[in-house]
Write a new protein. Structure first.
Length: 134
């Protein structure tokens, strides 16, 4: 079964529907690429899901290993490149403070987060910068 469907709505906008849940995401072309920038662009979603996957994998790891995970937030900055137009760099700032983890566990969390499925799927030419706050 397909994971999702994408329908073109006109004016450089799409509606993406997740088949299993019925949840929808609207995308819009960014203002620097002929769009209105009124919703996530497809490349915004790539940047965002990178951090979302990291946080999700941290949660899975904590659940499996009996550690509390109450606080997690990320800010993502996407930098586009030209020729070809593509994501050139992602800056991810993870704030995981307030969880009370020991230093050794924090180091393990970094390894787990950086091995998430999205990180493993991103083109190796995309520069990734990750900062952590514990």
């Amino acid at each position: 079964m397909a994971t999702s469907a994408v329908e073109y709505n006109g004016n450089l906008r799409t509606t993406c529907t997740h088949h299993k849940s019925g949840q929808e995401i609207i995308t819009d072309a960014p203002t620097d690429n002929n769009g209105k920038g009124e919703a996530f662009s497809p490349t915004d979603l790539v940047a965002t899901v990178y951090a979302s996957c990291m946080i999700t994998i941290i949660g899975i790891h904590c659940d499996k290993n009996g550690h509390s995970f109450e606080n997690g937030r990320a800010e993502v900055t996407k930098i586009m490149g030209d020729a070809p137009r593509r994501i050139a760099r992602l800056d991810v700032a993870l704030d995981l403070s307030g969880n009370g983890w020991e230093e050794a566990f924090c180091e393990r969390i970094k390894r787990v987060a950086e091995a998430c499925p999205v990180a493993q799927s991103i083109h190796p030419d995309i520069e990734i910068s990750i900062t952590y706050k514990f």
